[in-house]
Design a protein around this ligand. Sequence first.
Ligand SMILES: [Zn+2]
Length: 305
Amino acid sequence: MSVAKIGEHIFLIDVEAAGIRNFVASYIIKGESVVIIETGPTSSIQNLVNGLSELGIDPGDVSYVAVSHIHLDHGGGAGTLIKHLPKAKVLVHKRGVPHLANPEKLWQQSKMMLGTIAEIYGKPEPVPPERMVAAYDGMTLNIGEGIALKAVETLGHASHHLSYYESLSKGIFTGDAVGIYVNELDVIVPTTPPPFRMDIALSSLDKLASLKPLVLYYTHFGKALNGAEKIEKYTRQLKLWAETAKFALDAGEDLGAISQRIVENDNAVKKAEGYIRAHKVLRETVLKESVLGIIEFVKNFGDPA
Ligand SMILES: [Zn+2]
C-alpha cells in the first residue's frame, strides 16, 4: 500500500489489489467531510483502511463511499469497507444496488468470467440496503470547502456504470469508462468485456468530453493529464478495434488471430504488449475479454464507426 497527495484536496491510495502495484487506485476527497471513490476488491480492503489511517482520516468523518460500478475490482470491497466506517453510505448506480445488497449472483458471475482472478479479489460481503444510496445522473454531493462531486451516468462498459466529475480540479473519476491507463507508458488500453455496448460507450465518452476535463483520475491507474484529449484518443481506439474486428470476422479469423491483429493495428496496445502479457490480470482481461467484448458487439450490432 502507498498513499500520495495528487491535488489540493485529493489523495490516491494504491491498494495493491491482487498484490499488484499501480493497478487499482482508491481516491480520497477531503473537504469538511471525506468521500472515498472506489473501494477495490475485498481482499485489499485492509490496505485501504491502512491508507486512511496513514492519511490521518478519522473513519467517522467519511460520509460516502462512491463506486463507479460493481465489478469486483471497483466496488467489490464496499461491504467490507463500510464495516470500518460508522457513518458512511455507499453511492452506487441503481442497477448495482440489489447486487451489492445480495452479492451471491455477482460472485457466481465473476467466478465464471474471471476464474481464479475472482478468488484472488475475494468474495464481496453484502452492503445493508439502509447503507446504500442509488445515484442518478447529475446527482451532486457537496463535500464542503467548495468541493462538489457530480455523478455522471456512463454506461457501455457496464449497465451500472457511473463516473464522477469534480469541479475544482476539473477532473473526472473515470472508473472503467475511458479504458485502462498504463501510467508508466502513457498509453490507454481498452476494457470492453462482454456484454460491452460500444454504441452506448461512445455516447458516454461524448458526454464526458463535453465536460472538458483537464484531468482524469483512473481507477486503473492514477492521475492522467490532458483529460479531454485522452477521451478523444480512447474514442478513436475503440473505433479502430471495432473496424479491425469487423475485417477479421469477415475473413473468418478466430479470437486468437483477431487479438493478434488488434495488437498489430493499435500502436498503444503494441507499445503495452509486453506490460500486458507480464500482468497476471491484464493479460486475461485485455487480450481476451476486451477483444471478445468488441467481437460480440460487432457480431450483434455491426461496426458503429
Ligand atoms: Zn469493470
